[in-house]
Design a protein around this ligand. Structure first.
Ligand code: NAI
Length: 684
């Protein structure tokens, strides 16, 4: 902690800097409170400049304190806001770098602000299911108006400083040297400034709040938006002190909601994911600049785009020119679309693509530090490609595979350097999906793993470590989820009810809509493979019947839904319902009724139960890693935290439900058994 005070004439400058971007921990708050109190009582000081350094005025509150409750310990942010805004001397915030959340509120509490034009100011609390709780909802509307403040607080997006020059948010925008500019302003303006909190919100804009309220639905995260509207409304109706009290109560209530707890869990889970216990901490990631992608199909082309966008030199390798041409076509189309959508300039798109080379010769692997294969999912093809990679790659290079189903432990062993083999399991479309499973085989060494994780970061992906098993983390759980959803249809639910129930729960897409998008033929093949390995595994027969009628989903215009009318979400199809009826009659199944709640319980519990098995087998490192996989790759609602966090909120209920499902004939009794890891957790 470093809080220093210097005096320039009658202006005191309190400069603070911590190695954590001035996160407002209790220790920093205490140091600031004490420095401010001292400067306020010093008669030689007429005004004060508060400066947090170039990187950050402050990145905000220490979120872990919300759970511990220590955010309220004196001096809280409220105490600081009151001390500053009640001060009889002018306090100037000199803001550079980030001023986020509580950090921006600290700046707003000051009488005036001098802001670096490049600074990033935002109130992103909404992403944690919270509202700005240190007077942000009371002060921002006074500075920039209700409409702009509501927009900033309800979306969490950064303020556009250039649009706010006519407001009282700042007295000047600084091009550089924000500290000097703030000191100069304070020297030139020695008279105390009346704090804006003593004025009413200039234009109450009540209609803006009414309109925003009308747009809210009644579900899930809407309670956060409602609380934000209530707090801003209080700013328009009450004086500062009353409004601040109201904001405090609303903030405190939000910290107790499941939504905020889940969002905060997601926030920490994503930060935790890169920590792999037990790695040799003397080793660091290898530098990678030149990569090769082998196979220019759907995945290879998408992965090449990811590497190109992240600034790597890419060599794309195929066996035939036609394959390369197809890949180049896909890559070129992607970049032209980015230019058309205004996301990239034409020059930049062209410059990026000059980093792409193509080749039909594996000898070109001699110049790369990492090669990734995305060739056909076939054992013989993959082994021959891995052996060629082994033959041509230089010493120290990494051999990565994008296989989604083959046994990477065995694949690694066909090379002479299994320690340098790692799975990089991208999701389709690779250039869009943020998730990357980094598959650590039994042989992968620490440096290869670290390099792969670092690569994930450089690609802007959410990289999660997984062990080797059929489906890794995400797809293995998904297969059980889909299987249980399928068995529910046999027993009496319709695919449309199941989709609706899970979409109402918050899943981006119901399971059957998702299968239609991915292609029902993929699930068909997976079921056949799984039955080969385990002939007693119980599957619904209806999905197979659908495939036998070529109803593969969106690509054939018909699947569980009918897409032939052009409706991308698909329409309910009576033929599918008739097919299901006929199947049940043939199987002598008397259909049962299921409530939406039971459907959700069966499907989400199936995800979590398989998640516990992954933990028990050591495939996933932590429950929170599994949650990250589901948030980043499978459209699980972030405000529910992820499947493991969700069921973990009420483990006893989860246990009882699993026990009940094991007793009935709907599902698969052998599946609904508690793994040891869970029994131990429950008895702990
Ligand atoms: P694809 O069939 O679109 O592409 C495979 C490409 O590899 C073709 O262009 C083919 O010409 C090329 N190829 C085949 N043998 C080759 C060789 N010896 N040398 C160089 N190139 C060769 O397949 P897709 O969908 O791109 O899948 C590729 C890999 O990615 C598979 O391992 C698959 O399991 C995996 N994967 C696929 C996902 C998907 O959603 N399609 C998702 C995640 C992983």
């Amino acid at each position: 902690m470093n809080v220093q005070q210097q005096q320039f004439g009658s202006v005191a400058c309190i400069e603070f800097a911590t190695d954590k971007l001035n996160v407002l921990s209790h220790a920093l708050r205490e140091a600031l409170y004490s420095a401010l109190t001292q400067a306020l009582s010093d008669e030689s000081v007429t005004s004060i400049v508060l400066y947090g350094g170039e990187k950050a005025f402050s990145a905000g509150a220490d979120i872990s304190e919300f759970t511990q409750g220590t955010h309220l310990t004196f001096p809280s942010l409220h105490d600081l806001v009151n001390l500053i805004s009640d001060a009889p001397k002018t306090i100037v915030a000199a803001v550079a770098g980030q001023a986020l959340g509580g950090g921006l509120e600290l700046a707003l509490a000051c009488h005036v602000r001098v802001i670096d034009a490049k600074a990033k100011l935002a109130l992103p609390e909404v992403h944690l299911g919270l509202l700005p709780g240190a007077a942000g909802t009371q002060l921002l509307p006074r500075y920039i108006g209700v409409s702009a403040a509501l927009n900033a607080i309800s979306t969490g997006k950064p303020l556009k400083l250039a649009d706010l020059t006519q407001t009282q948010l700042f007295v000047s925008l600084s091009q550089a040297q924000v500290k000097q500019d703030a000191l100069a302003w304070a020297e030139a303006n020695p008279q105390p400034v009346v704090h804006i909190k003593h004025t009413q919100v200039a234009d109450a804009e009540a209609d803006v709040l009414v309109a925003a309220r009308a747009k809210l639905d009644s579900q899930g995260p809407a309670i956060v938006q409602t609380a934000i509207l209530d707090a801003i409304q209080a700013a328009t109706e009450h004086d500062f002190a009353q409004g601040f009290t109201k904001e405090q109560a609303l903030f405190q209530a939000l910290t107790e909601t499941d939504i905020s707890k889940s969002l905060r869990h997601a926030f920490f889970a994503e930060r935790m994911v890169k920590n792999v216990p037990g790695l040799d901490n003397t080793i660091s990631a290898q530098h990678i600049q030149n990569v090769a992608v082998i196979g220019a199909g759907t995945m290879g082309s998408g992965i090449a785009i990811c590497f190109l966008k992240a600034g790597f030199n890419v060599t794309l390798i195929e066996t035939q020119q036609a394959g390369l041409d197809r890949g180049l076509g896909l890559i070129g189309k992607y970049f032209s679309q980015q230019v058309e959508k205004g996301r990239l300039s034409a020059e930049k798109a062209a410059a990026i693509q000059t980093q792409l080379k193509t080749s039909l010769d594996y000898a070109d692997l001699a110049h790369v530090e990492l090669a990734l294969e995305a060739v056909f999912e076939d054992w013989d093809v993959k082994t021959s490609v891995l052996q060629k990679m082994d033959q041509y790659l230089p010493q120290g290079a990494i051999l990565a595979s994008n296989t989604s189903t083959l046994d990477l432990n065995q694949l690694a062993q066909v090379t002479k350097r299994p320690e340098a083999v790692v799975g990089l399991h991208f999701f389709s479309p690779a250039q869009v999906m943020p998730l990357l499973e980094v598959v650590r085989t039994a042989h992968t060494d620490d440096q290869t793993l670290l390099t792969a994780l670092n690569l994930g970061k450089l690609l802007g992906k959410v990289a999660v470590v997984a062990g080797v098993c059929d489906g890794f983390i995400g797809n293995r759980m998904l297969n059980e989820y889909l299987r249980i959803a399928g068995l529910l249809i046999d027993a009496g639910a319709s695919p449309y009810q199941i989709d609706q129930a899970l979409e109402n729960f918050g899943m981006a897409m119901g399971p059957f809509r998702m299968c239609d998008m991915a292609g029902n033929d993929i699930g068909y093949l997976i079921r056949k493979q799984q039955l080969k390995a385990n002939p007693n595994k119980k599957f619904s027969g209806i999905a197979d019947l659908l495939c036998e009628q070529q109803r593969f989903g969106q690509k054939t215009q018909k699947g569980w839904y009918d897409y032939s009318t052009g409706n991308r979400r698909g329409e309910i199809d009576q033929d599918v319902l008739a097919l299901i009826d006929a199947y049940r009659q043939q199987q002598r199944i008397v259909p049962q009724q299921f409530s939406d709640a039971e459907i959700v319980a069966r499907c989400i519990n199936a995800l979590a139960l398989e998640g516990y098995r992954l933990l028990e087998e050591g495939i996933a490192l932590r429950e929170s890693d599994i949650d990250v996989v589901y948030l980043a790759g499978y459209g699980f609602p972030r405000w529910r935290g992820g499947p493991m966090f969700f069921v973990g909120q009420n483990l006893n209920q989860f246990q009882q439900q699993v026990h009940t499902f094991a007793q009935d004939t709907v599902g698969d009794a052998s599946f609904w058994q508690l793994p040891n890891i869970l029994s131990q957790k429950l008895s702990a």
